[in-house]
Design a binder for this molecule. Structure first.
Ligand code: ADP
Ligand code: F6P
Length: 450
């Protein structure tokens, strides 16, 4: 079996990863072994001109450093102030600057130069996410003819958002150098096809083959999953769940997200406020735990969202709290996975209401963590990729606080029978389509594509 080389911006070198990409890849590399290359998180003024290896029992990791200027232009700038907002439908939050585009290209070229000497002739290369769109083109320019696949963890923008990019045609030229393009949902695949048709040259061929900017490749949908079996076990054996329940006295509603504007956290706080205004019967009966570690804090839009959510939580608590009850508890740090699993299991409601999201693994983790005999209710945004399959959740419009508040009330009143029925359908999907299924399907398709 040839070696798998995974390349992504984020590489897990510490504990408690938050972010779907790291969680999913960690789970799949544990199964297949291989080499995972990514950014060290270090920004010295003079980075080494080689990869640093970090041996591990299950797979190897190798990291590169970036200069502060490269990190700013490539990661904070082009990746997270241009591509991220456009992929999440927020052209209003872009910060377009020629230095960012130049830094993005420069860093991708540098990563390719660092990686190319380590590639063996029969390696399969799997590149992840929007930070590395140009990587295949840069590797090809350095003589790498190996199969290279790309998987996009976040939504692919439609033509109106692609058109905001400084050079949309370039994006499709970069993508044409892969052998397989993977998307989370049919919606993303359709957006890609339409954007490429309008802004570059895409000719559909037989099956999932296309000709893009003159090169033949394949594209398909590969909805990502979680390591369901181990998450179920993690939740089942979580400590202190009953103790926590008796401490709070109220039913818990939980939200777990990076503190990102795409996650719709202020919108769900407003919906909760409306629930408490319209349903006094839930006062002291429901308590909302939002766990949201800060992310990309140097970017202004992320500072704004932190301020907005903290302000809202304070206002809602000020309006409704009693000596015995704090309606919203807001935790700003990552938690160990077994603690998270225990909290999901305890929560009567899992609130997953992004305004836009590639898949959203939290929705799947919440379902996996439930006690099948007394499961909680998942409230899921119709704009999360997960909603393409998880229709037995209470599917809501995250922009509509009234609909969300009523879904919360419905979840609180739902009979155990209905909760079990909905949960068993959701769980079946999460068990069948787990992370191993996802990576095996992708890697099979990559083998067939090259
Ligand atoms: P994204 O990739 O946009 O962050 P996902 O929902 O797909 O969104 O993935 C988030 C992952 O990060 C999940 O596996 C979730 O459990 C994890 N995560 C999010 N917040 C925390 C936290 N506070 N502590 C630990 N893990 C977290
Ligand atoms: O899953 C989408 C994603 O953007 C990943 O690419 C990324 O690793 C994760 O979310 C967390 O974001 P960041 O790496 O910027 O902290």
């Amino acid at each position: 079996m040839s070696r798998l080389v995974v390349i992504s911006n984020r590489l897990p070198l510490g504990d408690n990863p938050s972010g779907g990409l790291v969680v999913a890849l960690q789970d799949s590399l544990r199964n297949s072994g291989g080499l995972w290359i990514g950014f060290s998180g270090e920004t010295p003024s003079e980075p080494a001109d080689s990869l640093e290896y970090h041996p591990g029992a299950e797979y190897q990791r190798a990291s590169f450093d970036l200069t502060p200027a490269d990190h700013e232009a490539y990661y904070l700038g082009y990746s997270n102030s241009v591509l991220w907002p456009l992929c999440h439908g927020r052209a209003d939050l872009t910060d377009i600057d020629p230095d960012y585009g130049e830094g993005y290209r420069r860093v991708n070229a540098r990563i390719a130069a660092l990686v190319a000497p380590h590639i063996r002739p029969d390696d399969r290369i799997w590149v992840h996410d929007y930070q590395l769109f140009p990587l295949a083109a840069e590797l090809r320019a350095r003589g790498i003819g190996n199969p290279i696949g790309h998987f996009l963890h976040i939504p692919f923008p439609g033509p109106e958002n692609c058109a905001v990019m400084p050079d949309p045609h370039e994006l499709f030229e970069w993508l044409s150098q892969y052998d397989l393009l993977g998307f989370q949902t049919h919606r993303d695949l359709a957006n890609f096809t339409e954007s490429a048709r309008q802004l570059a040259e895409l000719i559909p061929l037989e099956g999932n083959r296309i000709r893009l900017c003159g090169r033949e490749l394949r594209r398909d949908v590969f909805p990502i999953g979680i390591d369901t079996a181990s998450f179920i076990e993690e939740a089942r054996t979580a400590q202190d769940v009953d103790r926590m329940r008796s401490l709070t006295g109220a039913q818990m509603m939980i939200g777990v997200d990076r503190l990102d504007y795409s996650k719709g956290i202020p919108q769900r706080f407003r919906a909760f406020q409306l629930l408490l205004e319209n349903h006094v019967e839930f006062h002291e009966k429901i308590s909302f735990l939002q766990i949201a570690p800060p992310t990309r804090e140097e970017v202004e839009a992320y500072q704004d969202i932190r301020e907005e959510t903290e302000h809202l939580a304070g206002r809602i608590n000020g309006q409704f709290a009693t000596v015995n009850w704090t309606p919203i508890r807001f935790i700003h740090r990552p938690l160990p996975r077994n603690v998270l699993a225990g909290l999901y299991r305890q929560a009567r409601i899992g609130l997953v209401t992004p305004l836009a999201d590639g898949m959203n693994l939290v929705a799947k983790e919440y379902v996996a963590a439930q006690d099948v005999s007394d499961p909680g209710v998942l409230i899921l945004s119709r704009f999360a990729g997960a909603a393409e399959t998880m229709q037995d959740a209470l599917v809501v419009n995250p922009h509509d606080p009234h609909e969300m508040a009523e879904a919360m009330a419905q979840a609180m009143h739902m009979t155990a029978n209905e909760r079990r029925q909905r949960h068993s359908v959701l769980l079946r999907d999460v068990v069948e389509h787990d992370v191993s299924w996802w990576s095996a399907r992708y890697l099979d398709a990559l083998a067939g594509a090259s």
